[in-house]
Ligand binder design. Sequence first.
Ligand code: THU
Length: 130
Amino acid sequence: MSLVDEAKAVRENAHAPYSGFRVGAAVRGASGRIYLGCNVENAAYPEGTCAETGAVAAMVAAGETELTEVAIIADSPEPISPCGGCRQRLAELGGPDVTILMATLDGQRKTATLRELLPGAFARASLPRG
Ligand code: THU
């Protein structure tokens, strides 16, 4: 299955009773393995998590710390791009040339690199112990 098809499939599992907006994300680790996430909302609204956050967590839990490709899908008028926090999470584990494929259920596709999505990212190198 393609990365975007994986994201589409996991989107079905999203827990989004409050927004009704289900999102699926798939990231490919440097090993080639694919890790999946969906948004998980909460009655305490700010505790909800994005699909991308879940996919990144699954990858790290499996022992990988480098991602090479990302796909995100939602049922939206236009492809959605990751929120600011998720851009930062993706940039932690992916280089600036990593491609983010953004898709809609009706077949629209858009791509951007992490460099384009998060120019001037705050990164490890900025830390005193980077
Ligand atoms: N959401 C994601 O999971 N990923 C995104 O890239 C944007 C937004 C989720 C968060 C929330 O559960 C719902 O979509 C509406 O914002």
